[in-house]
Design a protein around this ligand. Structure first.
Ligand code: GRF
Length: 204
């Protein structure tokens, strides 16, 4: 039994999921293991990645539920049935309700392609370009019921270059995401972070 059972929630391509699966295979996640993947959409590439890695993959199509509360209740019971110690949102395009988060305090994290609190929500690299910032990056944070508002665990910066498009900036940020997310999961599994209110400290 791994010391930390990780369930990854996805909705799309799953390149961040792939970085976690690769890190798990190479031993870079330490005592953490990816034990399940749940997608809010059918037919996405992330599901193929999970299957290729031999990880349990399920679809919970949000369109099949009457409202967010019903979807979150079903999602929570799937996550619990997988025995999750940590839930990682990796390109998961749903906002979780308090109902899901209750009982999972400090055990749900998300990766977002901006230096939060700047540019929460969708199309963060496009927002960064619209504002003309010179540095952007990615953030891993604990999840609360807001949109990308939870306590920040770790960030990585990238330059915004003249001539960048949404696609080129997104690609540069993704490279850092693929480093940062597995590093944070490994560190969480090793007890490497302690949250005090909105501030998350590294445990020496
Ligand atoms: C990433 O940019 C992530 O930060 C955001 O959605 C994107 C997901 O990409 N939340 P992928 O599905 O992991 O390739």
């Amino acid at each position: 039994m791994p010391a930390m059972r990780v369930v990854v929630l996805v909705s799309g391509g799953g390149t961040n999921l792939q970085s976690l699966l690769d890190a798990g295979r190479s031993g870079a996640l330490g005592p953490a293991a990816i034990v399940g993947v749940i997608s809010s959409r059918p037919g996405v590439r992330a599901l193929d990645r999970a299957v290729a890695a031999g990880v349990s993959a399920r679809v919970l199509d949000h369109r099949a539920f009457a409202d967010r509360a019903a979807f979150d209740a079903a999602l929570k019971s799937e996550v619990q049935s997988l025995g999750a110690d940590l839930v990682v949102l990796a390109g998961f395009m749903r906002v979780l309700t308090e109902g899901f988060l209750f009982g999972f305090e400090d055990r749900v994290i998300n990766i977002h392609p901006s230096l939060l609190p700047a540019f929460p929500g969708v199309r963060a690299p496009a927002q960064a370009l619209q504002h003309g910032v010179k540095i952007s990056g990615c953030t891993v944070h604990f999840v609360d019921a807001g949109v990308d508002t939870g306590a920040i665990i770790a960030q990585a910066a990238v330059p915004v270059l003249d001539g960048d498009t949404e696609e080129t900036l997104q690609a540069r940020i993704l490279v850092e995401e693929h480093r940062l997310l597995p590093a944070v999961v490994a560190s969480l599994a090793a007890g490497g972070f302690r949250r005090e209110g909105r501030r998350v400290h590294r445990v020496p």
